[in-house]
Ligand binder design. Structure first.
Ligand SMILES: [Zn+2]
Length: 497
């Protein structure tokens, strides 16, 4: 009798628990996208109900809305160093709603008893909504009309600054940035086919990122997640922008380091981008399947991190230590391009004519990234204190730097900008200055400069950001293009030893 009452009590408790944990989207029967206030309310509720979860306000958006970080940990986040730290963030683009909805579904999923084992080995942070201002208007950009996913290098927006502060605090080994891709554009429509995969996944492609990390992502993670999606009835393909085939080349996503994936990847993080299929006509279109697809990819990443905890932790630790001790390649690739390796790509597409899935063989397929211009890695950079915009930039990235202290052995180089040309960068036209490198006599007034050494975690990022010929550098942004003046000396100097 007592047993029976207890059993009924448990059943009721489980039922109450699961009923209360329904996301706003589920509550609307998948008919209404979750608003920022509903999201805030839901996060407060799960925080109150579960000991596993603690939420905090990460930062506020341009228009003053909270960005929430939801921490999942069994024994206090970051306390147990043997755990692997995973960060997933969604909806940097406000019109990509399924990332946020999938993230909220993930919270429910992770509270189920069957998934509790994950937190024996994982400390996890979820930022379900990076761009609440954009989301409320269903627009891509934030309240300052900035594209957050092009902002991770210049780091001018409160939303991206908040995310990097969080990353810097815990130095997550595994990260994923969740997006949607929209394949319905005119060029593909005219071509007659479009992408139709529920989920596409991109790995780190910038070749300055450690090769072992990139290889494990490509050779171990991608086959794993392909099967994971297919076992759960979601179609999947590696993220493959460009094209349409026969009109332009197909590649594997950008090597730029200004996005959520590569800006963390360049610090030798096991970092990904997930792209779910966007709604066709209205953003609510097929939202249940889309949100579940996004959630499935996030859960798959957590299960992988659980199963490969030591391998990933050791790899990331070793490769990050090399950045910090500057025990890395003497060269940094600052201009890159996509190249063929002779292979053809079998690309799954949906035919606009037959409305059936088909496979197109792509001949102009360029899966390999190679350097087309390297610089010798210096010891660091001398930045005039009068260039407040660069000093502030270093502060936003929490870079280590100091006042410059002159030494007799210091060898310093400066760039003379002899011309300003342009070059193709993934079908955009960007500046490409011609430069002459001159060694200079060290008669600098040391009090005028700060010294940013490269021997820190953002080693590669510093070089890529500050070199004038870098096609991914600060000078390619309008906020910093004034640093590049034809016929003048580039104000940032290289301390070569
Ligand atoms: Zn996006």
């Amino acid at each position: 009798m007592t047993k029976l009452i207890f059993f009924v009590f448990i059943l009721t408790a489980v039922n109450m628990f699961s009923q209360s944990l329904i996301t706003p989207l589920q509550k609307s029967d998948y008919k209404k996208i979750t608003s920022h206030s509903e999201l805030s309310q839901f996060i407060k509720e799960v925080d109150d109900k579960s000991d596993l979860i603690k939420s905090e306000v990460l930062t506020k958006s341009v228009e003053g809305r909270e960005l929430f970080a939801v921490y999942f940990s069994k024994d206090g986040f970051g306390k147990d160093e043997s755990k692997i730290k995973v960060l997933i963030f969604a909806q940097q683009h406000g019109n990509e709603q399924s990332g946020k909805e999938g993230a909220l579904l993930l919270i429910n999923e992770l509270l189920k008893p069957k998934n509790q084992y994950l937190f024996d080995k994982i400390d996890f942070v979820l930022v379900p909504q990076m761009n609440p201002d954009g989301s409320e208007k269903n627009q891509r950009r934030n309240g300052n009309s900035m594209d957050l996913n092009r902002n991770h290098l210049i780091l001018t927006e409160p939303e991206t600054i908040g995310l990097h502060k969080l990353f810097n605090k815990y130095l997550f080994e595994v990260t994923m940035d969740v997006h949607e891709y929209a394949p319905y554009g005119e060029t593909y429509k005219e071509y007659g086919y479009r992408h139709n995969n529920d989920e596409e996944l991109g790995v780190n492609t910038n070749i300055n990122i450690d090769e072992k990390i990139r290889t494990m992502q490509k050779k171990v993670y991608l086959p794993y997640i392909e099967k994971y999606f297919e076992d759960r009835n979601f179609s999947y393909f590696e993220y493959s922008p460009g094209g349409p085939p026969e009109i332009d080349y197909i590649r594997h996503s950008t090597f730029d380091i200004n996005d959520g994936r590569q800006s963390l990847g360049i610090q030798n993080t096991f970092s990904f981008i997930q792209e779910g299929l966007n709604g066709k006509d209205v953003f609510i279109d097929n939202i249940k399947h889309r949100a579940e697809g996004q959630m499935t990819g996030m859960l798959g990443l957590l299960e992988f991190a659980y199963n490969h905890k030591d391998e990933i932790k050791n790899l990331v630790k070793t490769e990050r230590e090399k950045l910090i001790s500057n025990n890395v390649s003497g060269k940094v690739a600052i201009q890159l391009d996509h190249f063929s390796d002779g292979s053809k790509l079998e690309l799954p597409l949906l035919s606009y004519y037959s409305n059936k899935d088909t496979v197109i063989t792509v001949s102009d397929y360029r899966p390999i990234v190679k350097s087309i211009y390297d610089v010798v890695r210096p010891k660091g950079y001398l930045v005039p204190k009068s260039l407040k915009e660069i000093v502030d930039w270093a502060d936003r990235h929490e870079l280590t730097y100091s006042d410059y202290k002159k030494s007799d052995d210091d060898k310093i180089e400066q760039y003379f900008i002899s011309g300003i040309d342009s070059m193709d960068f993934e079908r955009d036209i960007i500046v490409n200055p011609t430069v002459e490198v001159d060694p200079i006599k060290n008669d600098l007034v040391e009090a005028d400069y700060i010294f940013i050494p490269v021997n820190q975690l953002r080693n590669n990022m510093i070089v890529i950001a500050l070199e004038p010929k870098s096609e991914l550098g600060l000078v390619t942004y309008k906020q910093f293009e004034h640093l590049l003046k034809k016929g003048e000396i580039f104000p940032i100097l290289r301390l070569v030893n």
